[in-house]
Each structure stands twice: as C-alpha cells, then as structure tokens.
Design a protein around this ligand. Structure first.
Ligand code: FCB
Length: 452
C-alpha cells in the first residue's frame, strides 16, 4: 500500500491569471465574467493570483507546507487556443515547468484535465451541448497524455460535472449562463462520455497511470419524516449524486430523476459501456450537507432547500456537517465499491482578517480538523481513502463570488499579490509532519520486529 497523500488543490482559471499572455485565448468563464452583474463586484480572473508568473513562489510554499501531492488543472485554451488543432507550445512549457518543479520538490502531481473553462472557440461551435464535444475532449486528452504522461501518473478527467451542467446550463448561474433543462441533460451525457473515452486514451498512452474523476457530492437530508419530504430528498440525492455515480459505476441514469425531468439523455447504443470504463479511483469533493423539503409550488422539481437555523455555517452560508462526510464515504464503499478514494477537495471560506502580518483563521482549522477526523473514522470502517487535498492552496477567484470568498490556506493580497500563510497553513504543515512521522514508524516497526 502506498503512503497516504497529503495535498492541496487549485484550478487553472481560479489562480493562473495571464488571461491574454503567451497565446491563451478566452474560455467561457472569461466571456461570462465580462457580463455585467454575473460576478460579485465585477471581478474578472484576468490577473487572479498570477500563478502563471509566480508559480515558483507557489511551489516553494507547497514544499514549505510539506505537501506530498498537488492537484491542479490545465487551461484548455492555453494549450489549444482554438480548442482543437494547433498546439500552443508556450502553454505546454508552462505546465512542463510546473510539473518539473513539483517533481523536483518531491510533490506528486495530480492533473485535472477539465475544471470548467471550455475554450470559447468550442462553445461557439456548439460547446458541450453538441456531441462533437466528445471528440474535442478526446483530442485535448491525447495532447496532454503525449506531453505530460511521462511525468504525471495521476489523472482526473473532469471536475464536478454537476456544477458544469446543472449550474451552467439549467440554472444559468455559471458560465455559459444557459437555462434549459434538456441542454443540461445533454451536457452531462457528453461530459460523462468524454470522461469514459478519456480513461481509455490515458490508459493506452501512459504506463502505470492511475485515473479518476472528481465528483462534487453533497449529501441530502429530508426536512421531516413525511413521505413527501423523503421523496423530495430522494430526488435531490438522485439529481446531485446518483445521476453521476450510477452511470460511472455501470448502472442506468436513475429512474426517479428521469420521472421528474420528464426528459431523457441523448443515449446512443454503447454509451453506458463507455461511461462505465473502470477507474482506478474516485475523487470526492465535499463541502456541506443540504436539507430539502417537498414544495409542490416550487418550479425546481417541487423541491426546495430548508434552513437549519442551529447549524454552524461558513462564509458561503454552507452548513458544516462533518458526520455527513463520514456517512457519505461509507455509503460510497457499500454502494459503489471504488478500489481507492481520494478526497480531491474539502475546505471552507471565512472572512479572514490580515492583522499585523498574520491571519488567525481558527474556524478554518476547526473545519479542517473535524473533516479529517470524519475521514479517519471512515477509514477505520474500511473505506479505502488514500489521500486528502485541501481546497485551496491559495485564496482565489471563487467563480461568481469573485475574490470576495477566501478558501485558501495561504492568503493572497490581490493588489500586491503577496502571499501570506494563514494560521491554518501552519496547522496543516504541522499535522502533515506529525502524520508522516507516524506513517514512517508504522512501516519500520514490523521489519525491526522480525525475529532473527
Ligand atoms: C468546488 C469547485 C472549486 C471551488 C470550490 C469552493 O465546487 O470545484 O473550484 O470553487 O467548490
């Protein structure tokens, strides 16, 4: 068994900046961010943390923290400015420098192929709503495998298809801002198909590769024991969780959700086999629990969210409920039996205050600690969690919230771009160093005890 990985995660669009530098073109999030009213305070990610130029500094911070792994994503339009076709060598070289910098510091790269930033050029050709997107994703995946597969062995195909599709194409909250249920159903299907094909491409191109997908999994509780509320919670669970896990693990799209949708995915013969191509691991992104009730008058499938007034919440308004992480992990083991799980995102936003050069973010530490304990409880019940990635390494562009919500272990001053590790970064660093000591004593002892 390999050592447990302690990591942190980011995404290209949220940290890189350098939006127009060295050949990068717009993604759908660049376009969306420019529409007045879409992003808090009119923020754009044009500069963000300027990780594109300050990556060496960020690599040093990762090393200082003692990270054993780092999860990042690739900006598609930095590599392929037209989405397909001609490769932008400067884009390849940026990620080469990043990957080499990780490896030389002993940090294992986890590469996410797609974290929401579709090239605008491809959206203009029909985007994820078109089945052609599957071919575009295959080409992009092959380019990445050919260029980075010699050094990157851990691959995540897609991050949180539910946010991409439900928020981007049904609710209209996220890029590209479309509000159409059938489109969003089509988009999920094309994302999952792209995922399935990518698994085979990566497996055929990269020796000793390990491949997964990162799903955003938000457990659901019913507001009461009434059959109507329980049915509402079951729908929500189907919509947010089973709609993705079921096809990936070889089942059909859940019937109870199809019943409320009254629409169907654009299934072709053989699609479900492709979508369920076996994986090496499941990536779990976990933040909160949701509580729902039956609301026949609500146009959102007759379901609405319920406030839990006693619950403690983060600056996002998200309920803190670490027990539901433990329950979720046990359910995943029982229902889907993944051979390995990585927690690929977990973290919290707070109204951090920088005072005398320090950020005392006790609440973030407490959130991290309680979720790590929940994870360890699940591991002791046999759930095969092999690594944990805190979201996020740095404060960054939090999508529609712009720079107003800070998730980082490291504070970023968006004027000067100066990075300051928060108290939580020191806490995480210390915790990792203690955990590594325990792990090395465990692996050494049995050898010492062999009688001669
Ligand atoms: C997840 C996203 C990630 C970040 C966190 C807070 O849904 O994957 O990019 O925004 O939420």
């Amino acid at each position: 068994m390999s050592a447990f990985l302690w990591g942190a995660a980011t995404a290209a669009f949220q940290i890189e900046g350098a939006a127009n530098l060295n050949g990068r073109t717009d993604s759908i999030w660049d376009t969306f961010s420019r529409i007045p009213g879409k992003i808090n305070n009119g923020d754009t990610a044009d500069r963000a943390c300027n990780h594109y130029e300050l990556y060496e500094n960020d690599l040093d911070l990762m090393q200082w923290m003692g990270l054993s792994a780092y999860r990042f994503s690739i900006s598609w339009s930095r590599i392929l400015p037209n989405g397909i076709g001609e490769i932008n060598q400067e884009g390849i070289e940026f990620y080469n420098r990043l990957i080499d910098g990780l490896i030389s510091r002993g940090i294992t790269p986890f590469l996410t192929i797609y974290h929401w930033d579709l090239p605008q050029a491809l959206h203009d050709r029909g985007g994820w709503q078109s089945r052609e997107s599957v071919d575009w994703f295959k080409q992009f995946t092959q380019v990445l495998a050919d260029n980075f597969g010699d050094r990157v062995k851990n691959w995540i195909t897609i991050n949180e298809p539910h946010c991409i599709a439900w928020f981007g194409y049904y609710r209209g909250w996220f890029a590209p801002g479309i509000k159409d249920l059938q489109s969003s159903i089509d988009v999920v299907h094309h994302l999952l198909l792209s995922h399935g094909y990518a698994v085979t491409i990566l497996r055929n191109s990269i020796p000793e590769v390990s491949i997964g997908i990162s799903l955003g999994l938000t457990p659901v509780s019913a507001a009461s024991n009434s059959p109507e509320d329980i049915a509402a919670a079951d729908f929500m669970d189907g919509y947010d969780i089973r709609w993705f896990l079921d096809p990936i693990y070889g089942r059909a799209y859940p019937q109870s959700v199809l019943d409320r949708f009254k629409l169907s995915p654009p299934l072709h013969k053989g699609d479900l086999e492709i979508i369920s191509t076996p994986l090496d691991f499941l990536g779990v992104n976990f933040y909160l629990r949701q509580v729902v009730k039956n609301s026949p008058e609500n146009e959102f499938f007759g379901v609405s969210g319920v406030d839990t007034p006693d619950a403690k919440r983060t600056a996002m308004g998200w309920e803190i409920n670490p027990e539901s992480l433990k329950d979720l992990l046990i359910r995943l083991k029982d229902d889907y039996k993944p051979s390995t799980i990585f927690i690929t995102e977990n973290g919290s936003a707070w109204d951090d205050v920088l005072l005398n050069g320090e950020i005392d973010d006790e609440e973030r530490i407490s959130y991290l600690n309680s979720h790590l304990n929940a994870m360890k409880d699940a591991i002791s019940e046999g759930v095969p969690v092999q690594g944990y990635f805190a979201w996020s390494l740095l404060d960054n562009f939090e999508w529609t919230h712009g720079f107003s919500k800070r998730f980082g272990l490291i504070h970023v001053d968006y004027e000067t771009l100066i990075r300051t590790p928060k108290k939580s970064a020191y806490w995480y660093r210390n915790m990792i160093s203690e955990e590594k000591k325990i792990a090395s004593s465990i692996s050494v002892n049995p050898v010492k005890n062999i009688p001669r």
